[in-house]
Ligand binder design. Structure first.
Ligand code: NAD
Length: 419
């Protein structure tokens, strides 16, 4: 048995575990074997050969299309369903009508409701901010709802007109500035969707000893969607994690009843007792604060669109847009796909110069998810050491002082040597 099973809500991972992988298009063929070799070496070293990954290739993207005529063969989805945890390189987004983005298809079919992006700085990497070492955040982006749900109608179509009539005649809407020339989009945000995202974020903070969870939203403007996301999030945190958290909602209540000093005392007491502080901040203020006081934030829980912007800004702040890892996860079923967050980089494909770190660090996240933390930590430490010794692929090396530029395969070997 090499499959992961879920027992009483917990993932049971066999010592020899099958992991389906999508090699990826473009630079995928270069980064995937390098990342796998490093992961295998780290697992072997960490568990004296008692644990092992059995890699199982599954097809998607151009490679799948050329071999099978399908961009996303059913067997690929079946393998991710059966084995639960997988990893993927970047995929070419098929151009043409009627074909869904492959990434979106995988997320939707497996209901991977969390997009998790850890953001940290690696010594040696050039960053546009003064103190990138202060950035250490874990973004939980809701992956299935919001304006991203793809429910929209193009201006000028009969559907857009029909919706407009409904809004005006039956809902009494008078606020549309230019009704006849408007396109429309719908923004669903649900109790269930919010609660499962916030639950995952708070549980993650609890499991990994993080000091706070910040709910990021635009509830000041979008009261019933983003505002409710905040309130439902606070409710869930108090209801399900009451013993372990102190919410700023409670702070406000104490302040109202007993004054600021009493509220501050309660907050300080909670911090002293290691409780996770649940707070919220408006998205635009949050983006400012990430530049001014990044040390105030740890785990971030946010909606789909906010999460998209936040992920890229934070990654850029640590100079790591090309090395940032990511994962799409359903914590209830256990299904998870870890992925390189960059694209297929066609201009540099086949040249053995691409940086494999994004996929590799996604592999580190995967090892942690499997409960094989030691192997993941070994890889992270080795990558830290390699970059700190000014060895890097060209994308990072060109900004470093006295750097030694390595090819993709040489960089992989350097990391293995430092494990
Ligand atoms: P891209 O990420 O492929 O490239 C953007 C720039 O970053 C390019 O200059 C590229 O050379 C560089 N780059 C990216 N990753 C790098 C790495 N690991 N090492 C060094 N340099 C790196 O984005 P794009 O050009 O907008 O997209 C190209 C293709 O990839 C498109 O078909 C797009 O749809 C697809 N794409 C896929 C995913 C995914 O599968 N998750 C994500 C983004 C884009």
């Amino acid at each position: 048995m090499s499959e992961i099973i879920i027992k009483e809500g917990k993932r049971i991972v066999p010592d020899e575990v099958t992991i389906p992988y999508i090699e990826g298009d473009g630079v995928g063929a270069e980064i995937t074997p390098v990342a796998q070799k490093i992961i295998d070496a780290a697992v072997k070293k960490s568990y004296n050969g008692n644990r092992r990954i059995k890699w199982k290739e599954v097809l998607a993207g151009e490679k799948a299309f050329n071999k099978t005529g399908s961009w996303l063969p059913d067997e690929t989805l079946e393998a991710f369903k059966k084995y639960r945890v997988g990893i993927k390189g970047p995929l070419t987004t098929p151009v043409g009508g009627g074909i869904r983005s492959l990434n979106v298809a995988l997320r939707q079919d497996l209901d991977l409701y969390v997009c998790l992006r850890p953001v940290r700085w690696f010594k040696g990497v050039v960053s546009p901010v003064k103190e990138p070492q202060k950035v250490n955040m874990f973004i939980f982006r809701e992956n299935t709802e919001d304006i991203y749900a793809g429910i929209e109608w193009q201006q000028g179509t009969p559907e857009a007109s029909k919706l407009l009539r409904f809004l005006e005649n039956e809902m009494g809407v008078k606020k549309i500035r230019f009704p006849e020339t408007s396109s429309f989009g719908i923004k669903p945000v649900s109790v269930e969707g919010t609660e499962r995202l916030i639950r995952a974020a708070v549980q993650y903070a609890l499991d990994n000893n993080h000091p706070s969870v910040t709910i990021v939203h635009k509830g000041n403007i979008m009261k019933y969607t983003e505002g409710s996301f905040k309130l439902w999030g606070y409710d869930l945190a108090e209801r399900e994690f009451g013993k372990h958290v102190f919410t700023m909602l409670r702070y406000e209540k104490i302040k109202k009843e007993k004054g600021t000093e009493a509220a501050d005392n309660a907050l300080n007491e909670a911090k002293k007792n290691g409780k996770i502080i649940i707070k919220d901040v408006i998205a635009d203020a949050f983006l400012q604060n990430t530049l001014l006081i990044p040390e105030e934030y740890s785990v971030i829980a946010t909606l789909n669109l906010n999460g998209d912007y936040i992920s890229d800004q934070l990654a850029a702040m640590v100079g790591g847009i090309g090395i940032a890892p990511g994962a799409n996860i359903n914590y209830t079923t256990g299904h998870a796909i870890f992925e390189a967050t960059h694209g297929t980089a066609p201009a540099i494909a086949g040249k053995n110069i691409v940086n494999p770190s994004s996929l590799l660090l996604s592999g580190v996240m995967m090892l942690s998810y499997l409960g094989w933390k030691e192997a993941g930590e070994r890889i992270t430490a080795s990558l830290e050491k390699t970059l700190a010794s000014h060895k890097a692929t060209i994308d990072l090396a060109r900004f470093m002082d006295k750097a030694e530029t390595l090819s993709t395969t040489q960089f992989g070997e350097a990391i293995i040597n430092n494990l």
